[in-house]
Unconditional design. Structure first.
Length: 363
C-alpha cells in the first residue's frame, strides 16, 4: 500500500516553519529568535529557554550552512597542531575551546604530525569549509611564505608555540628561552656542573629558543661540559638518549629535557640502568603536564601554561577576525619552574632564579 508522504491534517511541515512562526509561538520578536539561533550572549537566559522550547515544539531545524552563505562568518576556527598525542596539546586545545565557547565559536582540530605537506592539505580543506581563522602550530620545515598565503586567502592566522616568517605577526606562546634558563640556574644552585640537554630539532623557533637558553646558561655560569643531543621528542627518545649519555665518561649529573615526554623517558631509562632519578642523575622536563606531579619520582618541570596559551591564542584570533587591519599582537607567557623530586630537591635553593606566573606579556 502506498503511504502518503504529505503531513497529516492539522500537522505542519517542519520544513515550512519560519522564524516568524517561532517568534509568534514564543511571544518574542523575529530578531530575538535570530539571536537565539546564532547563540548570541545578548539574549536573557529565560527568553532563550522560551524560544528553544518553541523551536522544539514546532520542529524547526536550523540550516547553519544556509545561514553561513547569507553571512560572512561561520563561527568556526581551524586548529592545526603537530603532535596530538602529547598531553600538552590536550590542555592547550581545552583552553582554546573554553575561550571560543564563550563567544559561540567551535573549533576543527587537525594533527599535522610535523609534516608540511599534511599541514597544507588540512589548511586547504579548512579553507573549503570557510573557517573564520586558523590557529597554527607550524610543522617543522614550514615555508614562511605560508603565512602570506593564508593572508591572501583572507584567513586570519595566529601562530601558536612556534613561529615562522618575519614579524610583525600574531602569536601566542611561552618564553622557552627563559624556562631553560630557570632550569639551568636551579641545577647549578644544587651544585651540578655537567648538565646535558635532551631533544629537539633545529628547524623551528621553539627548539632554537630552548637551545639558546641552554648555551647561554653554560656560558653565564662558566660551565665547560656541553652535551646537546638532537632527536625527536618522545618517551622512547628519552630512554635512548639517557642510556647513551650514562655510558659516556664523564656522564652528566643532570639533564634538561625538551619536553615532559622526553623527561619521562629519561627517568625510565635511568631506572632500567639501575639508577635513581634525582639521586644518580637529576632530570627536569618542560611543560608541566598533569602527569608530571604524579610520577615516581614526581618530575621537576618548567610550567609553560598550555591552557592559558590556548585561551590567549583564541582571543587573538577573535580580535583579528573582528578587526582584520588592527596592529599585530604577540602574547608571550612567563614560564615557572615547578620543583619536585626528580631533580633531587623539593624546595628552592639559595641563588636559584624564580619567576612568578604571569597572565601575559604583550609585545
Amino acid at each position: 500500500m502506498r503511504q502518503d508522504a504529505s503531513p497529516r491534517q492539522g500537522q505542519r511541515d517542519t520544513a515550512s516553519v519560519t522564524l516568524q512562526d517561532i517568534a509568534a509561538h514564543a511571544g518574542v520578536s523575529r530578531s530575538t529568535v535570530s539571536l537565539v539561533l546564532r547563540e548570541s550572549p545578548l539574549v536573557a537566559e529565560r527568553t532563550r529557554s522560551k524560544v528553544q522550547r518553541s523551536i522544539k515544539t514546532l520542529g524547526y531545524v536550523y540550516n547553519r550552512g544556509a545561514a553561513a552563505l547569507r553571512g560572512s562568518r561561520t563561527s568556526t576556527l581551524g586548529v592545526v597542531v603537530y603532535d596530538i598525542a602529547n598531553p600538552f596539546f590536550g590542555a592547550m586545545v581545552a583552553g582554546i575551546d573554553a575561550a571560543l565557547n564563550r563567544e559561540g565559536y567551535v573549533s576543527f582540530l587537525a594533527n599535522s604530525e610535523d609534516s608540511p605537506a599534511r599541514q597544507q592539505r588540512f589548511l586547504e580543506r579548512m579553507r573549503e569549509h570557510r573557517v573564520d581563522g586558523i590557529l597554527l602550530c607550524p610543522a617543522e620545515g614550514t615555508d614562511p611564505a605560508l603565512i602570506d598565503t593564508l593572508s591572501c586567502w583572507g584567513m586570519p592566522c595566529i601562530q601558536v608555540l612556534r613561529h615562522v616568517g618575519e614579524p610583525p605577526f600574531d602569536y601566542a606562546g611561552t618564553d622557552f628561552h627563559q624556562g631553560v634558563c630557570q632550569a639551568m640556574d636551579h641545577l647549578v644552585a644544587l651544585g651540578h656542573r655537567r648538565i646535558a640537554f635532551l631533544g629537539g630539532h633545529y628547524e623551528h623557533s621553539a627548539t632554537r629558543e630552548r637551545w639558546q637558553g641552554y648555551r647561554e646558561s653554560l656560558e653565564r655560569h662558566g660551565l665547560t661540559y656541553q652535551r646537546l643531543l638532537r632527536s625527536t621528542v618522545t618517551r622512547r627518545d628519552g630512554v635512548a638518549m639517557i642510556q647513551q649519555l650514562m655510558a659516556e665518561s664523564p656522564a652528566p649529573s643532570a639533564v634538561v629535557c625538551h619536553n615532559d615526554l622526553v623527561a619521562f623517558g629519561a627517568m625510565l631509562g635511568l631506572k632500567r640502568l639501575g639508577l635513581v632519578p634525582g639521586t644518580d642523575c637529576a632530570v627536569i622536563g618542560t611543560d608541566d603536564v598533569e602527569e608530571a606531579s604524579l610520577g615516581d619520582p614526581a618530575l621537576t618541570s618548567v610550567a609553560t601554561h598550555p591552557h592559558a596559551i590556548g585561551e590567549e591564542a583564541a582571543r587573538l584570533a577573535l580580535r583579528r577576525i573582528a578587526n582584520p587591519e588592527g596592529a599585530r599582537e604577540q602574547v608571550v607567557l612567563a614560564p615557572r619552574l615547578k620543583v619536585r623530586d626528580s631533580c633531587g630537591a623539593t624546595r628552592p635553593e639559595p641563588g636559584a632564579t624564580w619567576t612568578e606566573p604571569s597572565t601575559g606579556e604583550h609585545a
